[in-house]
Design a protein around this ligand. Structure first.
Ligand code: GAL
Length: 640
């Protein structure tokens, strides 16, 4: 695999006279890719049917002639004003039942048929025109599905589509579904919620108190499927006209739709990595951690997403947007420590990225993102990231091609589990993504590489350990695959605690084979409560009470079982702090024969098939196994 660099460019934001100079400068820097077009609908079609492709023809020609390969985005994340005027009911609706307004982006409802038709039309026009263009070497559908909380919409269009979706999920005679099957699955006898027909089913918002969790879970599955089919509509059109690979750029920390299902329709998965924005805005960590890493970003958050999106892309993935300097959208927006843009780029390559593209080429002087850095300042002088990108481009020439290998640990990530925890956290602040991320971090702190895998994985061979954290419903197929592996398996907390329709399984959780234990009840706690473990570490926030004849391998100081083991299966019945998780991860690695490292806080290592990388995320020098790493240092060594 070759590793390449790119940037995001908006020719429509700049006078045509400078496009050629920009293109030459990108090529001189050593960039391969330039992504364009993804928000340009109002310039392509200012008025319905009045198409203006001449400027885009020109831009592609200029960029291509300079030696760049174009990633062409479909412009459907920003329907222009006339589209909204044509379909006033195409807007997404928030949970309060209010339409979301025009004036930024992503203001559409995935379920609106008129908008889908409009998208199909503009995507067809673009695909027909550029499908055979020699410079268009890849495509991007839309932009960041789900960003700004836009997966779920409570619009009239969503309601009608949800009812039809339910008819298919609960099939009956003819075209109508089996309403009794739905009533039973959801447990609607409770609070007299039984329905006589699918037309009566509302969206689960604006209820007096909490809606039925089974109702909400089906609604979330529906909302996710709408994203999948919206994306597929575009993919099918592009494929009719082009052989170039198709990508989507996912966002960090967005879990509202099943990315694996969208990814199955694409050749490449990509994501938008903003380490400093994420640290302030979505990384679960305390103030001391955020202060230490304020210019470097969290040492694991990007890596987690790299590993997740490598799985979503079935091996092929990019960073489509890489933070180059301060962003504009987080609560605080510092500049990266010198060297971090280079580190983030190499870190992505160490996790298997084919390409890293910097967002954006030049900082815009106008509108929402005028405070967002680029590789160039608004006056076209190089911004600090320019030199770091140049350095990586030079280093890449020497670095050669690499391959990726299977990591020792597989971690199952399940979007449905994330929705289930959101629907019923049972304690304020308990989030699936955070629990999974903290477990991931525990292995990465030990220097262990992790492959994230989808819940539909059918083969776990090659892994020494498999982690299934907090997956509230485990389907039979996955249970069978887990039964077949001789690897060490770590489950919990709350794994297999519900059936497919959000009820407690018969015989109490966990509904897992070969576990001589049941969970009799669970407790949740305010963040200030810590329940100490024997030997170090604490329970934080969530605890299960386990009944078992087995002797637990880890107990709380009050005597309660926390970790139980049955052959190669380990069950963790609590959310633990870092110290507690370190013990659980270390023990699992020892049982699985997995090599661990004693890394300084903030230092990470990762291997490809040919190299071992060392990354220093700290603002000061460190020594690691005899090597010296400066602040933001990256070391790349051939594997022995
Ligand atoms: C991304 C988005 C870009 C730009 C960027 C700013 O989420 O895809 O269009 O807004 O953030 O950081």
């Amino acid at each position: 695999m070759k590793r390449t660099l790119g940037t995001c460019y908006y020719p429509e934001h700049w006078p045509q006279e400078i496009w050629e100079k920009d293109a030459r400068a990108m090529a001189d820097l050593g960039l391969t890719w330039v992504r364009i077009g993804e928000f340009a609908w109002s310039r392509l079609e200012p008025v319905e049917g009045d198409l203006h492709f001449d400027w885009l023809d020109q831009a592609i020609e200029i960029l291509g002639k300079a030696g760049l390969q174009v990633v062409l985005g479909t412009p459907t994340a920003t329907p222009p004003r006339w589209v909204v005027d044509k379909y006033p009911d195409m807007l997404a609706y928030d949970a309060q039942g209010r339409p979301r307004g025009f004036g930024s982006r992503r203001h559409y409802c995935f379920s609106h048929q008129g908008y889908r038709d409009e998208c199909a039309r503009i995507v067809t026009q673009i695909a027909q025109r550029y499908g055979q263009n020699p410079y268009v070497a890849a495509w991007q559908t839309d932009n960041e599905y789900g960003c700004h909380e836009t997966t779920v919409s409570y619009s009239p269009a969503a309601k009608a589509a949800f009812q039809n979706w339910l008819r298919v999920q609960y099939p009956g005679q003819g075209n109508d579904g089996d309403i009794e099957a739905l009533n039973t699955a959801w447990g609607n006898v409770f609070w007299s919620m039984e329905y006589n027909s699918f037309d009566q089913i509302e969206l689960p918002n604006l209820t007096v108190t909490e809606p039925n969790p089974a109702h909400v879970l089906d609604f979330r599955r529906f909302a996710s499927d709408q994203v999948v089919s919206f994306n597929r509509l575009q993919v099918d059109i592009i494929r009719r006209h082009s052989d170039a690979p198709i990508a989507h750029n996912y966002m960090g920390g967005v879990t509202d739709f099943d990315h694996f299902k969208v990814g199955d329709d694409l050749e490449i998965s990509s994501w938008d990595s903003y380490p400093l924005g994420f640290l302030e805005d979505r990384v679960p960590a305390n103030d001391a951690h955020k202060t230490l890493f304020y210019r470097q970003g969290d040492p694991d958050y990007q890596a987690f997403h790299h590993d997740l999106y490598r799985a979503v892309g079935r091996g092929r993935w990019w960073v489509m947007e890489q933070q180059p300097g301060p962003v504009n959208w987080a609560p605080y927006n510092p500049a990266p420590l010198s060297g971090m843009v280079r580190l983030w780029t190499w870190e992505a390559f160490a996790h298997g990225a084919e390409a890293v593209c910097y967002f954006r080429w030049r900082q815009a002087p106008m509108a929402q993102e005028q405070m967002h850095a680029g590789l160039l300042r608004p006056d076209s002088h190089p911004a600090p990231a320019h030199a770091e990108a140049t350095q990586v481009a030079t280093e890449l020439k020497e670095a050669g091609t690499v391959s990726m290998t299977t990591a020792p640990v597989a971690m199952v990530f399940d979007y449905e589990a994330d929705w289930s925890w959101q629907i019923q956290p049972q304690g304020k602040g308990l989030r699936y993504l955070d629990i999974v991320f903290d477990m991931y971090r525990a292995f990465r702190r030990l220097g262990v590489d992790v492959d994230i895998v989808p819940p539909t994985i059918d083969d776990l061979s090659g892994y020494s350990a498999v982690v299934v954290p907090a997956m509230m419903h485990v389907p039979d197929a996955l249970n069978a695959v887990l039964q077949a592996t001789p690897a060490q398996i770590l489950y919990g907390p709350r794994t297999a605690a519900r059936d497919a329709h959000f009820s407690i399984p018969t015989g109490l959780p966990p509904a897992l084979p070969d576990m001589d234990m049941v969970i009799t009840h669970v407790e949740t706690f305010r963040p200030t409560v810590e329940i100490a473990l024997e030997g170090g570490g604490n329970i934080r926030g969530y605890r299960e009470h386990v009944e078992t004849k087995a002797t637990p391998v880890l107990v709380a100081q009050d005597g309660g079982a926390v970790v139980c083991q049955f052959g190669n299966k380990t069950y963790l019945g609590a959310v633990l702090d870092g110290a507690g998780l370190a013990r659980v991860a270390t023990a699992l690695c020892a049982k699985g024969g997995i090599q661990t490292w004693d890394l300084p806080h903030g230092v990470r290592t990762r291997t490809t098939g040919q190299e071992r990388f060392w990354f220093n995320h700290l603002p000061h020098d460190v020594k690691v196994y005899g090597r010296s790493l400066p602040p933001a240092g990256v070391l790349r060594e051939p594997l022995a």
